[in-house]
Design a protein around this ligand. Sequence first.
Ligand code: PEP
Ligand code: MN
Length: 251
Amino acid sequence: MITRKEFLNNKPLVVAGPCSVSSRDQIIQIAKKVKRYGAHALRAQLWKPRTEPDSFQGVGARGIKWIKEIKEKIKIPIVMEMLDPTHVGKVEDVVDILWVGARNMQNFELLKRIGNDPRPVILKRGLVSTIREWMGAAKYVGLDKVIMCERGIRTGADSMRFTLDFNSALVVKHDYNLPVIIDPSHTAGRRDMVKYLTRAAIAVGADGIVVETHTNPEKELVDKNQTISTKSFKKLVSDINKVYKIIKSLN
Ligand code: PEP
Ligand code: MN
């Protein structure tokens, strides 16, 4: 099992992969590329929370064997969103880092189930959650294994999909001493802004990022407009390392 400490030894932590897993070939191709270009873990979402019931809901449990194959052959740690308490046990040998999405940040039965599991957890902030609510959720999943993820909140600003709240990321990190990563993809909602928000995330001292990446973004079934290509991802990792080096030299 990977502990949170081991996982965060990757400085800064880079998690990449598609918004959703759609086929074996798709996720294998992406896993190979993002690993080669510097990702420390793969986003491999089999279950997707969707606003509309007729939207693609994810491939579900039939994708577990593909992810197992990737874990064994490509050897990249797997991060996966749990939508339901029953998912947690189903992916025991496959998933290294559990993930709670924004819409489920206050799904308390899910949080309790995840809290009973030893694996580290990425906990996304709810769409309009306060620090107190986000911290409450963090206590349910376990303060010793949580990695907080700021993914933008809904505010009066409608310039992009959400508003990236750097202030909260800083408060969580400095006042509550929790690791925090940033999701530039969901806050931007558009791929051309991802690199700027990523550079800013590293500059404020975030512990890492999670970024939606695809070998062919136009083919992505969910969130394709904010998904960057694996080619852009390669450049992004180089930017991240450059910004990180400067920030480290200032501390
Ligand atoms: C996602 O990461 O694809 C996702 C659905 O994010 P969020 O839960 O932050 O909306
Ligand atoms: Mn997405």
